[in-house]
Design a protein around this ligand. Structure first.
Ligand SMILES: Cc1cc2nc3c(=O)[nH]c(=O)nc-3n(C[C@H](O)[C@H](O)[C@H](O)COP(=O)(O)O)c2cc1C
Length: 372
């Protein structure tokens, strides 16, 4: 960005443009593209040229975190989302990572198992989805046949858990083969790992339920398996202490997630990514004490913060040492050149929510960039 003179507003947002190392991954700036499911992979779930174009357009982000990517057939829970469990999917991603790297970008893959947020319509042989406990999330789910009521999942048996942990390990090996710079373990937003972490969805009475030590066990086992496949400085974890999405709740989020952050310290990870939305945001739980300051005090490595940030609030969070980097979701959907726009203090394109999860180019690769 050095050839452009920053505007006066860009000077106040200077912290966003400082380079940073997240473990082994060197970022030229601290504006990270948040993971964004966009359902453009087609029924095959193989990453394609349209997705390549979308990610290449956004390669100036300090780091791209891919959309949630299922680690197995069992992990799938949305229509037309990509996977990382077949050779064809690895090849598809490889083209994307190569193209993003050619543009100077960096990219990690978000490892996703949806657990109870899935539906028999997405499962092999129409099986029940699996979770920590047989507790249904309330509400409806979009299936290829339209909206349906969510179902109660099947609680994973103790003897099945190592096999699910292994799914994360294999997917990590595949992500490495696909040329990514690392992986992010999706432990947020009400998907499988989060279903173990929070007591609203975990009522197990064995070694994986009850105390927070037990509820964190699955995440810690997954993390141990992932860092065995790829060194710890290529691995991040995403958490969302309060996010109610997918009908999630915990009786004491600050205690739960501060414990989790502390328990992750021995892994010496590249980063911890926290979804904790600012007040008024669609993911915010209002009137609660933020968990991030507690997590920040305990967690030793870099923290990425996300949820409703703009240039000013993001820069202020870095300057105030609340976070080391900021992830932007919707701003990156609508502004492929968000980094340049913030740098120049330029106006932003508005996002069109009606095309967030549609399946074609509209609203995906046609948001304009500033003139060169
Ligand atoms: C269309 C859309 C898709 C999303 N997909 C994912 C996803 O795949 N994985 C994930 O962890 N979060 C996902 N999120 C949450 C975003 O990563 C982010 O937490 C949220 O948009 C708040 O950040 P923002 O205010 O900067 O947009 C999604 C959000 C949106 C709007």
């Amino acid at each position: 960005m050095s050839t452009v003179t920053p505007t006066s507003s860009a000077v106040s947002i200077a912290p966003l443009f400082e380079p940073i190392n997240l473990g082994a991954i060197s970022l030229p700036n601290r504006m990270i593209m948040a993971p964004l499911t966009r359902a453009r992979s087609g029924e095959s779930r193989i990453p394609n040229d349209l997705m390549l174009e979308h990610y290449v357009q956004r390669a100036s982000a300090g780091l791209i975190i891919t959309e949630a990517t299922q680690i197995s057939e069992q992990g799938a829970g949305w229509a037309q989302t990509p996977g990382i469990h077949t050779p064809e999917q690895v090849e598809g991603w490889k083209k994307i990572t190569e193209a993003v790297h050619q543009k100077g970008g960096k990219m990690v893959l978000q490892l996703w198992h949806t657990g109870r947020a899935s539906h028999p319509d997405f499962q092999p042989s129409g099986a029940l989805p699996v979770s920590a406990s047989a507790i249904a999330a309330q509400g409806e789910i979009h299936t290829p046949e339209g909206k349906k009521q969510r179902v109660a999942p099947r609680a994973l048996r103790l003897d099945e858990i190592p096999g699910v942990v292994e799914q994360y390990a294999i997917a990590t090996r595949n992500a490495k083969a696909a040329g990514f710079d690392g992986v992010e373990i999706h432990a947020a937003n009400g998907y499988l790992i989060d279903q173990f972490l929070r007591d609203g969805s975990n009522q197990r009475t064995d070694a994986y339920g009850g105390s927070i030590e037990n509820r964190a066990r699955f995440l810690l086992e997954v993390t141990a398996a992932v860092v065995t496949e790829w060194s710890r400085d290529h691995v991040g974890v995403r958490l969302s202490p309060y996010n109610p999405f997918n009908d999630m709740r915990d009786s004491d989020p600050i205690v739960t997630f501060t414990y989790v952050a502390k328990a992750l310290n021995p892994f010496d990870l590249a980063y911890l990514h926290i979804v904790e939305a600012l007040p008024g945001h669609f993911l915010a739980l209002e009137g609660v004490e933020p968990a991030t300051p507690h997590i920040r005090r305990e967690f030793k490595n870099p923290i990425i913060l996300n949820g409703g940030y703009d240039a000013q609030t993001g820069a202020a969070a870095i300057r105030g040492n609340e976070a080391d980097a900021i992830a932007y979701g919707i701003p990156f959907i609508a502004n492929p050149d968000l980094v340049k726009r913030y740098w120049q203090g330029a106006a932003l394109n508005a996002a069109d929510p009606t095309t967030f999860y549609t399946h074609d180019a509209k609203g995906y690769v046609d948001y304009p960039a500033l003139a060169a």
